[in-house]
Every structure is written in C-alpha cells, then in structure tokens.
Write a protein that binds this ligand. Structure first.
Ligand code: SF4
Length: 317
C-alpha cells in the first residue's frame, strides 16, 4: 500500500493578471500578424511558457540588435518592462512595437519618472540586474537614483543632499522590504513613498498563502523558474515561516531529486509565471507513489484582470 501524503495547495498560486495579459498579447499578435513575432527577453520567466510560444512561431531575443533590421514583424516587450533607451532604440530601428509591460510595472515607471521630474533622488529597492529593475532605473536620468538591495544597503546608503523618493520592484519579499523601508524612513523621515505599495497584489497574495501553509508542512515546493524573482521569494518566505524544507522545482520531473522519506505533509505553490498544468503535473506525479489527499488553503480570492490593447484584440480592417 502506498504511504499517505497530505498536500496543502496554496491559493492563490501561479499566473497573475500581468502574466496572463503578456502571454495573451503574444498569442494575439501571432493570430493577427502571423509568425514570426519577436519578443525581447522571456515574455515571463518560465521556460515552459517560452517553449510553448516558440512552438507557435515566437522568436525570443535578449537584445534588439538580434532582430533583422526593418522587419515588418511585431517586436514585443516582456511583462518586466524596459528602459526608455530600449523604447527609443526600437523606435529608431523602425520596429512595430507591442508593449506587454505589466500595468503595475508601468505604474512604477511613471512614479519614478515623476519623482525624477520633481527633482527627487530616488532610492530604488530591488535586485541588481533583474530586467524589471533595469527597466525602472532606465526611466530615471543617470545619477538620479541609487539601488538598495539589502537592509545593510539601507543602513549605509549616503544619497545626495536633495529631496528623496522611494520606489520598489514589484516582486520582492513583503517582510524583507518592509524592514528596508522602515530603516530608510528612520534615516530619512521626509522620504517620499508610494501611496500604495509597489509590491504587487499577486506577489503579496502568494506570499500570504505560503506563510499560512509553511508551519504545517514538512516540505514546501514552489513550481517556478530560478530567474523568477517572485518564485524565489516564495521559497524564502516558506523557510522564514516555519517550513522544515522548501525547494524551487521547474516541473514534475524534478521531484526525483528530492527526498520525501519524512514528508507526510507537503505545501505546494507556484510563482506568478508558472502555468497551472505544471502544478497539476506535480500532484499527478506524487499520486503515483503516495496515497495523496489535497487540501486547498485559500487566503485570498483574486478577480483582477488586465485587458490586452484593443489594437490586438480587433481583427485587421
Ligand atoms: S507579478 Fe505583479 S507586477 Fe509582475 S506581472 Fe504579475 S501582476 Fe504584474
């Protein structure tokens, strides 16, 4: 007889509104213009999603100079957003650009640009090199922002003597970021902060769900990609909130590398760029060796959707 396994399935998990919109925009562009369409950077950080879109005729590039000059095919910016320099570069090359930047990332770009126009030096909380941070910092004039990655950075930063403002990456750890913001606010009481936090609803909700599951779980698994910031934060959040072990896995096949000997209760979630069929694939895989019961742990119900632009949803005249 197979040993029992109780799965605590986090809800919400997986795709957020920004990811669904970005994927829908690539699919709509393929339907409207035909293959190929070019996408700068992975449209969302998930190899399965990228592979499925490649199979339909999407060509992913890292930089615009990889795209043939004067191509008539659309060039799509990923959900993470791009800098102004990239927008201008695409324009100068004459590309037909479709911008799939998540509206919640665009909101941060606008905040950052407004602070800069108002003469603020901007403290940007985020991870160096992440495409979203490259895009956000690329909306601020050179020299007018400082990247803060850690609490230690917040303790030691010495910004110029001018009004200060704050923006953050949308996919950070809620707990860690609140500590960083508290330190910056203590040191710079007049720091201008967003009216509503920049960390997005999807990141916050997925972390809340995993916090409620972690203390009950012998192990927590997060389906997601190593380059997905919000997926990595889910693993860290699970460990910080009582999970004995937590791992990031790409798909069901990765389970074979893990030791389930002492695991009776398993927490399961997925990053905002991981499709639900990968989560269900993990459950199916577990069922092959364990008598599996699934308890969905619901900590929020999401009803946010972002429409794709009308120009893509309407057929060509
Ligand atoms: S994680 Fe948040 S900011 Fe990023 S695409 Fe999803 S909704 Fe937008």
């Amino acid at each position: 007889m197979k040993p029992p396994l109780h799965v605590l399935l986090c809800s919400p998990r997986g795709f957020c509104a920004g990811v669904e919109r970005a994927i829908a925009m690539v699919e709509a562009a393929l339907a409207k213009h035909g293959a190929p369409v070019y996408v700068r950077h992975e449209i969302v950080h998930n190899r399965t999603v990228v592979g499925r879109l490649e199979a339909k005729g999407t060509i992913f590039v890292e930089e615009l100079d990889e795209i043939p000059a004067n191509t008539p095919h659309p060039v799509i910016f990923s959900a993470h957003g791009v800098s102004r320099a990239v927008v201008e570069d695409a324009r100068s090359r004459g590309f037909a650009v479709i911008d799939a930047t998540c509206p919640l990332v665009s909101k941060v770009h606008h905040e950052a640009a407004l602070h800069a126009a108002n003469g603020h030096h901007i403290l940007v909380i985020g991870h160096a090199g992440h495409p979203e941070i490259l895009g956000t910092m690329g909306h601020i004039p050179t020299g007018q922002c400082t990247l803060i990655q850690t609490l230690e950075d917040a303790r030691s930063v010495t910004p110029p003597n001018q009004p200060l403002a704050l923006v953050t990456q949308t996919t950070l750890s809620v707990d860690e970021t609140s500590g960083i913001i508290a330190e910056l606010t203590r040191r710079f009481p007049h720091l201008k902060q967003p009216k509503k936090e920049d960390i997005c609803y999807a990141t916050t909700n997925r972390q809340t769900a995993i916090k409620s599951v972690a203390p009950r779980a012998d192990m927590v698994l997060v389906v997601g990609a190593p380059n997905s910031s919000n997926s990595r934060q889910l693993v860290a959040t699970a460990l910080a909130h009582g999970a004995s072990a937590a791992h990031l896995i790409g798909r069901a096949e990765d389970l074979s590398a893990l030791d389930f000997t002492n695991v009776q209760t398993l927490g399961l979630s997925a990053g905002a760029s991981a499709p639900e069929d990968l989560v269900q694939g993990v459950i199916t895989h577990l069922q092959a060796t364990r008598t599996t019961t699934v308890e969905e742990v619901i900590t929020a119900v999401e009803d946010i959707t972002f429409k794709i632009p009308q120009s893509l949803s309407q057929p060509t005249a």
